[in-house]
Design a protein around this ligand. Structure first.
Ligand code: AMP
Length: 396
């Protein structure tokens, strides 16, 4: 993959439109986690230092094509103003307001921010007219929204089509994500261990089958483990099982066998009688689960076994919690895996989504070599799919 480099152009006084992923969790207008804002700062600070006129655009939540104050980017703009020590000028209705004029007249300590792109159905429709509204008056286009790179939306795909190819760039976060995930795809140091968990086998089948071609060990946890255990003929009690996905499970075992990949499944469990935050946790010291119980976390023997394998790995990729980590009684497996990965001296990557939240909750995210900001995007990238947002930036 080849891209133009932002560092190779003169940005002084130039209008730069930057697509960011500022889709932060909000509650009553308060930002609950600003990881995505922080991840956008290297590109923004660089553009500021080069005296560019900066226009920011992003989506937030799913307002379904209609303006909705609940999903306004205004609180994000306020936070950015504080961090970057500048004024953030919000442009709410860029169909009517002459955003290009605002951009042209931006002063030294001002940044322009377009209101939530998804207030317009044209964004998700990848509409070319909308894209031309976005890029009006723009000299350069930068996409730093890795988390949205798997979406063929107007700000991601159509917009760069209307900017000369040599004026389109990936931002620093985008480049960092691509480099980190490429390393796993193309040249992982062995032993390479993939730790996969979460709710469903069917959500992750693509990435599992693709990684089976590269990895040496696949450690499975979360609800998906019970579908695999059931396939193997073990008793899983009332655990969550995808009964209709046994064909996918069969493909996993078949591919693993032909590639000589070891698949590790839980050998003991932390169970409860009901799926309830206040349910009391019982350790079941057996691979089989009694009929009246459901597995909600991996057990202590499984933790020890997974830790040994992680410790001896040169590359580790982790995606998906080992249990219902949101409830403290069932979070031990996820925390233990996160901690072991953070201690591993090899190349370690957390592949986005819930596992990033789990690593943060365990307080170890900063010790993991790469923490991906893109959940769906990182999985699709690792699956080998060409992401439309990356393709739009590629040069030959
Ligand atoms: P995913 O988005 O696929 O990574 O799934 C994450 C979700 O899976 C989390 O909300 C967990 O609570 C849930 N989960 C993990 N393990 C289990 C389990 N054993 N039973 C039910 N849900 C689980």
């Amino acid at each position: 993959m080849k891209f133009n480099r932002l560092e190779d152009v003169n940005l002084d006084g130039k209008a730069v439109l930057v697509r960011l992923d500022l889709n932060v969790p909000l509650s009553d207008g308060k930002i609950l986690d600003d990881t995505r804002i922080q991840a956008s700062l290297p590109t923004l600070k660089y553009l500021q230092s080069k005296n560019a006129k900066i226009a920011i655009m992003s989506h937030l939540g799913r307002p379904k094509g209609k303006a909705n104050p609940k999903y306004s980017l205004a609180p994000v703009g306020e936070r950015l103003a504080e961090i970057l020590n500048c004024e953030v000028i919000m442009v709410n209705d860029y169909h009517k307001e002459p955003a290009d004029q605002v951009l042209k007249q931006l002063g030294k300590n001002q940044i322009m921010m377009l209101e939530n792109l998804r207030f317009h159905a044209a964004e998700t429709a990848n509409d070319s007219e909308f894209a031309q509204v976005l890029i009006k008056g723009v000299d350069f286009y930068v996409n730093d929204a890795f988390g949205a790179a798997h979406r063929a939306h107007a700000s991601v795909v159509a917009a760069p089509n209307y900017v000369p190819k040599d004026h389109c760039f990936p931002g620093f976060l985008m480049t960092k994500e691509i480099d980190a995930l490429d390393k796993l795809k193309n040249s992982p140091k062995v032993p390479f261990t993939v730790v996969i968990g979460g709710a469903k086998v069917s959500d992750k089948i693509g990435v599992i089958l693709s990684l089976l071609e590269k990895c040496n060990h696949l450690l499975i946890g979360g609800a998906m483990a019970y579908t695999l255990l059931k396939f193997k003929g073990f008793r899983v009690g009332a655990s969550k099982v995808e009964e209709d996905k046994m064909d996918l499970v069969e493909a996993i075992f078949r591919n693993a066998e032909s590639r000589k990949v070891s698949i590790e499944l839980p050998v003991d469990h932390v169970c409860a009688e009901a799926f309830d935050a206040n349910a009391s946790a019982t350790v079941v010291d057996d691979i089989n689960i009694p009929d009246n119980m459901m597995g909600l976390d991996i057990g202590p023997k499984t933790i020890a076994k997974y830790q040994e394998i992680i410790k001896a790995s040169s590359t580790v990729l982790w995606n998906g919690p080992m249990g219902v980590f949101e409830w403290s009684a069932f979070a031990k497996g996820t925390t233990a895996v996160a901690e072991e990965i953070s201690r591993c001296p090899g190349y370690t990557v957390v592949g986005g989504g819930e596992s990033v939240a789990a690593a943060q909750k365990a307080g170890v995210a900063s010790k993991i070599k790469h923490v991906s900001t893109g959940g769906g995007a990182s999985l699709e990238f690792l699956e080998g799919t060409q992401l439309p947002g990356i393709k739009a930036l590629e040069i030959v």
